[in-house]
Design a protein around this ligand. Structure first.
Ligand code: SER
Ligand code: ZN
Length: 500
């Protein structure tokens, strides 16, 4: 890696009188300062410097050991001190004239990178010209905020991604094979029986009394078999998620293609909206172009992962050690994902229903709770739903949702996906997950434990549409063919809505 930085330091007064002292500084001490900590022969070098009235010009070149912009920041204080003491001269401003970074690579990066005005690739070198100079966007505060380092991280991430690291998937356990008496598409069959109908939005369904009762039965099973015995308390998590939450949860790093964005009106003044109202009255069409101008930028999106909103409750708090582990759950609303287009059944929807469990405590408590949940889930799938299912160790959900692949490098942390087979097409679908999130969320939302030990958390999302797809595809719609224990939980089939 090679850096070349050209800057002009604007001084509060003419520095010609300080010329000798500055020569001495730049020829000796400065070089020591900007090579400190680097292996011998490495670090930054001042390759050009001159003083002209109240401007010092500096050109710094470096490798990755002391990056040129770090070198500049290192020089600022000692320089201010020698000029201030003897000559009462201060540094008013640092103007970056030019900043180029060269990175060795076997392939180019063709993306538009923020703060980069030009990016080229030649002879195994990616050359970035940062957008500096009078009209540029890269200034002193961007250097202080480590923007160049983040640009390099981004480039390295992109170069790695091209290597095709895929999502991790590793079988952990599978149930004994079963023979099925049903081999139809659950969605189609439920539609035929009038249990469900398509909603007006893509990937949205309207669940009739029978399907709703099925969902409520799943909830009842989770309540009776998991939540009550393990002592989880119900909470209500918000379902509109502002950017701030996603910045802390990590979703801001990659969730954009799948969000349903939420835009508030620019004002709620009825007069401001009169044009839209009148337009609709006359044309009977929604004037989308006019609305587009009258709504504000998105303030965030609709609930996506369910648990991030919980953390606002604990943001910047310290928890009494003897209150741990904390165990809560939410089933207060829908989650939304902009899924791939095309026709899907209820196993792939844009609007879905999920029970989300969240727990937090010490590392040991968090891992122990995960094991307890796994045992309860196993009991449900084996003894109540009697489905064929399996578990896999996968890329942690929070990494996947940030657009990353691979595994977390936190001992014991990660996601287990639960999958079930749909006999009609032999596809395995994810029906729920369970994750130990290590300090990802407690750190992201600044939550601490009174005893100062690392605070871990876990979460588990039980997808009701997915449970329904698995259960119906393996057992069919006729309650007579359902497993005994499930039938008890289900009770009477409610009367559906008949249409002519
Ligand atoms: N929050 C987790 C997820 O979105 C579990 O539901 O996958
Ligand atoms: Zn979660």
């Amino acid at each position: 890696m090679k850096f070349n930085l050209e800057v002009y330091l604007n001084l509060s007064a003419d520095a010609n009188l300080a010329q000798n002292v500055l020569n001495e500084f730049f020829n000796n001490e400065a070089n020591i300062i900007i090579q400190k900590g680097a292996p011998a022969g490495h670090g930054a070098k001042i390759i050009e410097y001159n003083v002209n009235k109240n401007i010092i010009k500096l050109v710094i070149e470096s490798d990755q050991y002391v990056r040129a912009h770090d070198a500049l920041l290192r020089l600022r204080k000692p320089l201010a001190s020698i000029m201030g003491k003897e000559f009462k001269i201060g540094i008013r401003q640092i103007n970056i004239e030019k900043f180029t970074i060269e990175i060795e690579s076997e392939k180019p990066v063709n993306n538009k990178i923020p703060y980069v005005k030009n990016i080229s690739f030649k002879d195994g070198i990616i050359k970035l010209e940062l957008d500096a100079g009078t009209s540029g966007t890269l200034g002193q505060s961007e250097l202080e905020n480590r923007i160049p380092d983040r640009i390099i991280n981004l480039i390295e991430e992109k170069l790695e991604d091209y290597g095709g690291k895929s999502e991790h998937w590793e079988l952990l356990w599978e149930s004994a094979p079963k023979s099925f008496n049903f081999d139809k598409d659950p969605t189609k069959e439920m539609m035929k029986e009038g249990w469900i109908k398509r909603g007006y939005n893509r990937g949205q369904w309207i669940y009739g009394p029978e399907a709703t009762h099925l969902f409520r039965t799943f909830e009842k099973i989770v309540l009776k078999e998991v939540i009550e015995p393990l002592g989880y308390s119900e909470m209500i998590f918000p379902k509109l998620v502002p950017w701030e939450v996603w910045m802390k949860s990590g979703h801001a790093q990659g969730v954009y293609p799948e969000i349903y964005y939420v835009c508030p009106p620019k004002t709620r003044d009825p007069e401001y909206w009169e044009e839209v109202i009148d337009h609709y009255k006359v044309s009977q069409e929604i004037p989308l172009e006019i609305i587009k101008d009258k709504i504000d930028l998105p303030i965030g999106g609709m609930c996506y992962a369910q648990c991030p909103s919980f953390w606002g409750f604990l943001n910047k708090t310290t928890l009494p050690t003897d209150e741990l582990p904390i165990k809560v759950f939410d089933r207060s609303g829908t989650s939304h994902r902009y899924e791939s287009g095309g026709i899907h059944g209820i196993e792939r929807v844009d609007e879905f229903h999920r029970i989300e469990l969240v727990w937090l405590g010490s590392k040991e408590q968090t891992l122990e709770q995960a094991e307890k949940l796994k045992a309860r889930y196993k009991f449900i799938f084996e003894e109540i739903l009697e489905i064929q299912w399996r578990k896999a160790w996968v890329t942690p959900w929070f990494m996947a949702q940030e657009g990353k692949s691979g595994l977390a490098d936190m001992e014991g942390a990660g996601t287990v996906d639960y999958e079930a087979i749909m006999p009609y097409n032999d596809n395995w679908i994810e029906i729920q997950n369970l994750s130990v999130n290590a300090e990802k969320y407690t750190k992201g939302f600044n939550v601490k434990s009174q005893n100062q030990e690392p605070l871990w958390s876990g979460c588990s999302g039980v997808g009701l549409e997915r449970w329904a797809s698995a259960f119906i595809s393996q057992h069919g719609l006729n309650p007579e063919n359902w497993p005994e224990k499930f039938k008890k939980y289900f009770g009477e089939m409610p009367k559906g809505i008949q249409t002519l």
